[in-house]
Ligand binder design. Structure first.
Ligand code: 5AD
Ligand code: SF4
Length: 525
């Protein structure tokens, strides 16, 4: 009998053994005894196909099916009764929103939420793969969960989100962290009930990662984090394939939701009393390109402007697809806010070309000119990567001058991080870390300066603030955001939480504003 057959036999014997608790213990022991190659061949044969650059790039705009029939099987509706769930979320708003969907599914299975690791019966890590440090954080957390699993083998530990779409990550979990019960991908969220069921009653680590992008599943339940602001997906995936970015692989091809489904969701949120919605997508400006009829983000925003909700935002934009129709619609104002997050990534046309951003510095500046002409008060913010392979000092200086020329009021800045499977990861990363850090520091100093200057302009002005709650630092102080996304702290009665009030700015800081409520204003939407 070879090792593989012995394991199979052991597996069959184990299948007959007693309760779930001892199954979990057996499972842990057995996994520890299996070689990593066995583990990998065992799990990858059926459901897991690793990301494949060539295949991904060849994907066609073939029909995406939209499903309206999501349901939790009857036998799984009470699985979570008396049990608690905890989801840790890393990364972007898309992940935050996916967490709301998973919370919705779990709630419909009878689970209730908890923040206490020790109390939880199921813990899911909703992960981010955008940079290496995001992944390191998650692996750190996985390590922390091991003692918990050994103490309480019944707890189900799951890893989902973007990292689970990466072959190297799944391999590493299989090899080094066999106490994880469940790995599922970004296209498998709607399968959560079945996957939990398998993880609970089966004996294997459950791995289900579809590398083919999923269809659109419309009626997934959601438990939203707040009652004031809400996220609404308008599209999934990204087809831009910037050379450094893992997203087109982890999130699949661009798929737009049908306009009527989005409009209905936003109307429903408005009726529930939400005051602000943010339309979400990795590249929202490509919205509609895959639909069978002519329809774009501009058209959708026009529809949004007719809905009785005070504030509508959208993120994230790609300069290449930002068209005149959208600018024209945004310029009408109303509930469409003129804060535009427009990632530029670099100020050098040569770097932009190797990043495959598909625009030059000049084209970006031209777009900015158009936006400012149509919306003179628009706030522009951006994302910037420093230390891209071969980025010269001169090219970095071009990023610094672009930052000033546009007058960005804030920016998320990152040191380039090679992501396995992306084209740039194969290029020599030839900028020393010291140089990258120095560039980042200089850029951040400029970002801080421009942010502080933008804030100073508000001194003495009265702004409209959507009050979100008590400030993080002082429960006596309320805080909320202006239309242009500036955080304002001020004193006022708790009863105004969830309302839009007028606040006079009396002090400005680099990232926040201090204000005093204007007495007469109660709600001004
Ligand atoms: N390294 C560093 N930053 C990255 N981003 C995306 N991929 C990488 C990477 N490999 C940044 C981009 C993007 C933001 C969400 O993350 O600036 O706009
Ligand atoms: Fe990544 Fe954004 Fe480029 Fe898409 S457009 S590949 S999400 S950086």
């Amino acid at each position: 009998m070879n090792e593989k057959q012995r394991l199979e036999a052991q597996q069959i014997n184990q299948k007959n053994s007693a309760d779930v608790k001892s199954d979990t213990n057996d499972n842990l022991d057995r996994l520890k005894n299996m070689s990593s190659d066995d583990l990998i061949s065992k799990y990858f044969q059926t459901t897991y196909e690793p990301p494949n650059m060539r295949k991904a790039k060849k994907r066609l705009k073939k029909d995406v099916d939209v499903h309206y029939d999501f349901d939790i099987p009857l036998e799984m509706k009470a699985i979570g009764k008396g049990k608690k769930f905890l989801i840790r979320t890393y990364g972007c708003q898309m992940n935050e929103h996916d967490t709301e969907v998973m919370a919705g599914i779990l709630t419909n299975m009878g689970y209730t939420p908890t923040e206490e690791t020790k109390e939880a019966d199921i813990i899911l890590l909703n992960t981010c793969a955008i940079r290496e440090n995001a992944e390191n954080k998650v692996f750190g957390e996985i390590g922390h969960l091991k003692p918990l699993k050994l103490e309480n083998p019944d707890v189900i530990l799951g890893v989902c989100g973007c990292m689970s779409q990466e072959e190297s990550v799944v391999n590493r979990i299989l090899k080094k962290h066999p106490f994880i019960d469940l790995i599922f991908g970004t296209h498998n969220i709607h399968r959560l009930p079945q996957l939990i069921n398998e993880a609970m009653f089966g004996k294997e680590m459950v791995v289900e990662v579809w590398s083919k992008e999923g269809d659109i599943i419309e009626n997934l339940p959601k438990v939203r984090k707040g009652k004031i602001k809400a996220w609404v997906n308008i599209m999934y995936g990204c087809d831009k394939f910037c050379t450094y970015c893992i997203v087109p692989y982890t999130r699949g091809k661009e798929r737009s939701r049908m306009p009527e489904d989005i409009i209905q969701e936003v109307r429903h949120l408005a009726a529930q009393g939400y005051k602000e919605i943010t339309l979400l997508g990795q590249n929202v400006n490509a919205y509609g390109k895959d639909l069978e009829f002519e329809y774009g983000l501009g058209d959708l925003m026009e529809e949004m402007s007719k809905i009785d909700i005070p504030r509508v935002r959208f993120t994230t934009s790609h300069p290449r697809d930002f068209d005149d129709r959208l600018i024209e619609v945004l310029a009408q104002g109303g509930n469409l806010l003129d804060h535009i997050h427009l990632p530029v990534q670099s100020g050098s046309s040569d770097v932009l070309r190797v990043m495959a951003r598909r625009y030059t510095r000049e084209q970006y500046l031209e777009l900015v000119r158009k936006i400012k002409k149509a919306m003179p008060n628009a706030t522009l913010t951006t994302d910037i990567i420093v230390g891209f392979p071969n980025e010269t000092d001169e090219q970095f200086e071009e990023t610094m001058t672009l930052m000033e020329e546009v007058g960005f009021e804030s920016a998320y800045t990152f040191i380039y991080s090679p992501r396995e499977g992306t084209p740039s990861a194969r290029w020599e990363d030839n900028i020393p870390m010291e140089v990258k850090k120095e560039r980042l520091q200089r850029l951040n100093a400029l970002v801080n300066k421009q942010s502080a200057e933008a804030m100073e302009q508000y001194l003495g002005q009265t702004v409209k603030v959507l009050v979100e709650g008590e400030s993080k630092k002082d429960p006596e102080v309320l805080s909320g955001y202006t239309e242009r996304n500036k955080l304002v702290n001020f004193r006022g009665p708790k009863s105004i939480i969830g309302e839009i009030v007028e606040v006079k700015i009396v002090n400005t800081k680099t990232w926040t504003l201090d204000g005093e409520m204007v007495e007469s204003a109660v709600e001004v939407n």
